[in-house]
Design a protein around this ligand. Structure first.
Ligand SMILES: [Zn+2]
Length: 213
């Protein structure tokens, strides 16, 4: 967790978020992990939720994942999934004839769902487990890219809100909201195009059962 050193309100916010973090961690089962960080107007909350799968063959594991009916993307099964949202609020204040955005708070919350297979020790050196590790590595890399889009959206929105200025506070409010919505839409589109271009990660190697050489 990074705590800003700029001012008291940032510290208060950071402490508040820490308390939420501790409370949240206390309530979660060990099936998930949560990260929280706060930096210059941008707070990030990231949670990973695991669903357990089991089996002794690639086909077993596929069926086990399928049974979860995790998420369907365009009617297709998804092995992993990342959802995210960006929320923001800000005030404005007029000084020397210019109204400027102030007290900017942007929150990026993402939730990543991944399969988890924990076979017995004797399976851990098997070719199947090596294939599984590769699959999970590529799946995580794909889902992390979705998370990165969310963080980029949040950072850009925070930047625009902090820099917002206009002679009229009414205009500033409207323009800043419009700009933030446009940035959000840009990253939503980018996220959707990423899935189309990679075929939801398949082109990056996220394929199960593994293709035979
Ligand atoms: Zn995807």
């Amino acid at each position: 967790m990074m705590v800003p050193s700029s001012n008291l309100s940032s510290h208060v916010s950071a402490i508040f978020f820490c308390l939420i973090c501790i409370f949240w961690l206390g309530c979660r089962s060990l099936d998930s992990s949560l990260e929280y960080s706060v930096r210059s107007g941008l707070a990030e909350k990231h949670e990973v939720i695991y669903y357990d799968v089991n089996g002794a063959t690639a086909s077993d594991l596929y069926q086990s994942m399928k049974k979860r009916k995790l998420t369907t993307v365009n009617g297709k099964m998804a092995y992993g999934y990342t959802s995210w949202r960006v929320d923001w609020d800000f005030d404005y204040a007029k000084q020397d004839g210019m109204c400027r955005g102030t007290n900017v708070h942007v929150t990026v919350a993402s939730e990543m769902t991944l399969p988890r297979w924990e076979p017995g020790v004797d399976h851990r050196t098997s070719p199947l487990y090596k294939q599984w590790e590769h699959f999970i590595r590529t799946l995580k890399a794909h889902e992390n890219q979705h998370k990165a889009h969310a963080l980029s959206a949040g950072a850009e929105i925070a930047e625009v809100l902090i820099a917002s200025a206009d002679e009229s506070c009414v205009v500033l409010r409207a323009l800043a909201e419009f700009d933030a919505q446009m940035i959000l839409r840009k990253y939503r589109d980018l996220d959707a195009r990423y899935d189309i271009s990679t075929r939801h990660g398949r082109r990056e190697g996220t394929v199960w059962p593994p293709e035979q050489p």
